[in-house]
Design a binder for this molecule. Structure first.
Ligand SMILES: Cc1cc2nc3c(=O)[nH]c(=O)nc-3n(C[C@H](O)[C@H](O)[C@H](O)COP(=O)(O)O)c2cc1C
Length: 189
């Protein structure tokens, strides 16, 4: 089965809402559907959302990528979808991620500064800027705890840790000291 890779830019049609667990809520829903569907057909890639615009990179079997892209293009949560890259791919370049999400990180800001771009406007990216973005997405696996919505939710439901470990050690030492002091006092009585 021939492989292809595809990148596009689009403009979000929704108004950005406050972040929930580090992700804009519309984007979180898109990511959940993407991970569910892309994993099944072995498509990998990444999504960047910034300045109310999207940049998405997909790679996988040609038919699966094309079918998915058809569906994505029909989605009313974005418009002005512009294909930036669509070409055959010899070998897969992403491993074990159905759809990474890249938050607005220092890496992206540095990329914009390096390219003297005042805002994130992927519609205007040239091919080397596209490749730079794809590299950035590929390298962003360490962000998974921030962006895996299910995992973040589980983490958030754990009881909050209110005492620092230094404070805990201090309290234990104070308690032991108190017990020793009481024992010494008892022997003196
Ligand atoms: C910017 C953007 C990126 C999307 N990326 C994907 C994707 O990679 N895979 C996918 O299955 N759906 C993606 N979607 C969602 C699809 O348009 C569609 O809502 C979804 O595939 C429907 O899946 P469901 O029938 O399982 O709910 C994306 C939507 C938007 C707006």
């Amino acid at each position: 089965m021939p492989l292809i890779r595809l990148a596009y830019a689009s403009d979000a049609t929704f108004e950005a809402q406050p972040l929930e667990q580090g992700v804009e809520p519309h984007v979180a829903r898109i990511l959940m559907a993407s991970r569910r569907n892309n994993g099944k057909v072995n498509i990998v890639g990444g999504l960047y959302y910034g300045d109310n615009r999207f940049f998405q990179y997909l790679e996988g079997d040609e038919s699966a990528v094309r079918e998915t892209y058809e569906r994505i293009q029909q989605d009313s949560r974005h418009h002005n979808v512009r294909t930036l890259i669509e070409e055959p791919l010899k070998d897969r370049t992403f491993t074990n991620w159905s759809m990474k999400y890249v938050p607005a990180s220092g890496d992206v800001k540095a990329f914009l500064e390096r390219n003297q771009l005042s805002e994130f406007n992927p519609q205007a990216f040239d091919s080397s800027q596209c490749e730079e973005m794809i590299g950035l997405i590929r390298r962003s696996s360490q962000d998974q705890k921030l962006v895996n919505h299910g995992e973040t939710t589980r983490m958030a439901s754990q009881p909050p840790q209110t005492l620092s470990s230094g404070l805990k050690v201090g309290l234990v030492v104070a308690a032991v000291g108190l017990v020793v002091a009481l024992a010494v006092a008892a022997t003196l009585l």
